[in-house]
Design a protein around this ligand. Structure first.
Ligand code: PBG
Length: 314
């Protein structure tokens, strides 16, 4: 009579990639996760594939010397991300590689878009994101995932992909991405927090959504669907189960949810102290996200969950 069964093939494993060989740098606020060089990233994918987790979301940790206000490194044809995508697709053509389309890994301002005069510029950013998406597609990405929350970028990306002949590349839109405090450990992993400067907005509230809003998520979903999104994402996941459920009822498009770094970190931290049972709590959270209506879940606990799932079947 169980209504919800969450299988590992519905999980996406986000991975942080760094330059180098055989390199692994543990991320302090995300126990169990590390920034990995491309060779190690491929090895991690191999482990995941063997457990039935076949989808990967890649985030490059770019050296500070390569960051700039215009985020030019994001458009460099042979950048770290492009090489990582190629390496994974070469090793596992049957995997699904999802790239993040936003400026923050490359921006010395720590924003998802271009900053000028103390504000984030929507339209100039959209143009750049469309070019970034084409570059990712050319590197072999199966799906591009704009996480920047600029208005109109899904349509612009779809059009640019089609014009470049990348008609098979899907757009997974971060549709309802909230200006959340739960992204802290992620920004530590990429060293990508907005910089402290009078010319740079201190937070992402002008483009990410107000945590108090749910109806606005419906508006964003309608716009993204019209612009050609293939999958709609809600992020974070657990504090926004109502939003996942709401969008599930309003659209027939697949819904993804991002169980973000802070959601992962708090279970790990409490478990380290013996205050929570990690396996039980993480499984309960992920099942709840699926029950609310998510078809796909991005989670740093993908490998943990997959191993528990296999374990429970033997
Ligand atoms: C930025 C981006 C963020 C995350 C994914 N893409 C952080 C942000 O918006 O500041 C957060 C993911 C997480 O916390 O796990 N484009």
């Amino acid at each position: 009579m169980r209504e919800t069964r969450l299988t590992p093939d519905r999980l996406v494993l986000p991975q942080f990639v760094v330059e180098g060989d055989d390199r692994s740098e543990p991320i302090e606020a995300m126990p169990g996760r590390s920034r990995l060089s491309i060779d190690r990233t491929v090895a991690e994918c191999e482990k995941a594939m063997a457990m039935g987790v076949r989808s990967f979301a890649l985030f490059p940790a770019i050296d500070a010397s390569l960051k700039s206000p215009g985020g030019e490194e994001g458009l460099a044809p042979n950048n770290l991300l492009c090489r990582a995508v190629r390496a994974i697709k070469e090793a596992f053509p049957e995997s699904c590689v999802i790239t993040d389309v936003a400026l923050d890994p490359y921006s010395s301002d720590g924003h998802d878009g271009l900053v000028a005069g103390g504000v984030v510029l929507n339209d100039e950013t959209v143009d750049l994101l469309a070019r970034m998406a084409v570059l990712h597609a050319e590197s072999g990405a199966d799906m591009v995932a704009p996480s920047d929350m600029m208005d109109g970028r899904v349509g612009a990306i779809r059009e640019a992909l089609d014009a470049a002949g990348a008609t098979d590349v899907a757009v997974l839109s971060y549709t309802a991405k909230y200006a959340s405090a739960f992204y802290g450990p992620f920004r530590e992993a990429l060293d990508s927090a907005p910089v402290d400067s009078p010319d740079v907005p201190r937070d992402k509230c002008t483009y990410q959504m107000d945590p108090a809003n749910a109806r606005e998520a419906s508006i964003e979903a309608m716009l993204d669907a019209e612009e050609g999104a293939d999958i709609l994402m809600v992020k974070p996941a657990l504090p926004y189960l109502d939003v996942i459920h709401r969008l599930r009822g309003e659209t027939d498009l697949p819904i993804a949810a991002y169980h973000v770094s802070g959601e992962y970190a708090m279970v790990k931290a409490a478990a380290e102290r013996g205050w929570l049972d990690e396996r039980a709590c993480m499984s309960e959270m992920l099942t709840a996200i699926a029950r609310a209506g998510a078809d796909v879940i991005f989670t740093y606990a993908a490998l943990d969950y997959a191993s528990w799932w296999h374990d429970s079947r033997t």
